[in-house]
Design a binder for this molecule. Structure first.
Ligand code: NAD
Length: 359
């Protein structure tokens, strides 16, 4: 059943997340938001999503809007940078886009973050809409208003908080997503349930996410929405959504594992002993590794040639150089019981100890 979830800031609704079963309602949603025939639309997408969905979306919109252009860039995190933003600025300038016009981000988190950042900065701000097409972007990156690109070796180093005018989610597009990418989105759902929602976690323990993605997407969206409504700028509660990410980012920068796989491994040492086995069970069932050696056995990564102790040291070094680290310590999130989390400060010794657990 289609659902409309309002997202608020300071008690006023700022946009709706629409859960739909195909994109046919897209023109109507835009008209309801007040966009008219003469407003120009640029669909921004990547080279994988373009041949799957972009033409259909463009055809639909062209029935109601005079100018609908498509801007496609090469897929991949390595293209989430200012160079790609520059080419998009050029397209918008050449096509005379002004502040009344609209960008639509059609793709995963890379497309969403990059389009949102372009929207935030082009002409000091132009409207944009998120149409996320990966599980991760549907449950996580498309809501909350964090936009940005990577700079040099630093992830999300340049960015802005900038809210979309709507988020339109069709879970059916996940049928073309590969299984590893699907699992990465599952890791973020498990993360949110473990931190905030015991009932959702217990439902995951009994069902595979792929059996009813829509139910789990709605569950995760409601958690994320509540958290960002309480803390839009990530000064407190929202940091809990970094559960698994502190160690995960260190692992991600030293292996070829995908983001969600690193988060999966990074969550394990941050769980209390009494829930660790439950966490491992749900993560494994969703196809995720819970240690680096398990990922290597699954053929997802090759362990570096250094001795295990050296590997741990290299990863710990990366964790302590994270942009959020301060005075040689990082604030991390730990889950004490399912549905309940807290913050802890970890120094290098504690980080080394945690990493040894998941090597
Ligand atoms: P992604 O955008 O790179 O998508 C993964 C792959 O799936 C890509 O190759 C893409 O082309 C392909 N793809 C997308 N939709 C598809 C579909 N329906 N069918 C087939 N293939 C499809 O990666 P992602 O995992 O969606 O997002 C990761 C990005 O999100 C990272 O850059 C991360 O920093 C960012 N992120 C942002 C936030 C935030 O709050 N803004 C939160 C979490 C993650």
């Amino acid at each position: 059943m289609a659902q409309s979830i309002p997202v608020k800031a300071n008690d006023s609704i700022i946009y709706h997340i629409e859960l739909v079963h195909d994109f046919s309602m897209l023109p109507t949603f835009l008209q309801q938001l007040g966009y008219g025939r003469t407003q120009k639309i640029c669909i921004v997408t990547d080279s994988n999503v373009a041949p799957l969905y972009a033409r259909d979306v463009q055809d639909l919109l062209e029935k109601e809007f005079d100018t609908v252009i498509l801007h496609t860039f090469e897929a991949g995190e390595h293209n989430k940078n200012l160079e790609t933003v520059n080419t998009l600025y050029q397209t918008l300038i050449e096509q005379h886009f002004d502040r009344q016009d609209l960008l639509i981000a059609l793709g995963g988190g890379v497309v969403g973050d990059l389009t949102g950042f372009t929207a935030a900065t082009y002409l000091r701000g132009i409207d944009f809409i998120q149409v996320p097409t990966t599980l991760l972007s549907q449950v996580d990156s498309s809501i909350g208003g964090k936009t940005g690109v990577d700079f040099m070796q630093y992830k999300n180093m340049v960015g802005a908080f900038y809210q979309p005018k709507a988020v339109i989610i069709d879970p059916l597009v996940l049928k073309t997503l590969d299984a590893r990418q699907f699992s990465c989105g599952a890791a973020e759902i498990i993360k949110m349930a473990a931190c905030f929602d015991r009932e959702l976690f217990e439902t995951i323990e009994k069902n595979r996410i792929e059996d009813d993605p829509e139910m789990f997407i709605a569950g995760a969206l409601n958690i994320k929405k509540d958290v960002v409504q309480k803390d839009e700028r990530e000064s407190g509660l929202r940091r809990a959504l970094n559960f698994g990410h502190t160690l995960g980012h260190g692992i991600e920068s030293n292996t070829d594992l995908l983001h969600g796989e690193c988060v999966s491994i990074g969550m394990i040492p941050m769980c209390s002993a009494k829930i660790q086995e439950r966490m491992k069970a749900v993560l494994r069932r969703e196809g995720l590794p819970v240690s680096l050696s398990e990922a290597a056995v699954q053929g997802k990564t090759i362990l570096p040639e250094e001795s295990p102790d050296d590997q741990v040291r290299v990863i710990a070094e990366a964790v302590l150089h994270d942009k959020k680290a301060q005075d040689g310590k990082v604030v991390t999130v730990q889950v004490d019981d399912i549905g309940s989390c807290s913050f802890v400060k970890m120094d290098s010794q504690q980080i080394l100890k945690s990493l040894r657990e998941v090597l």
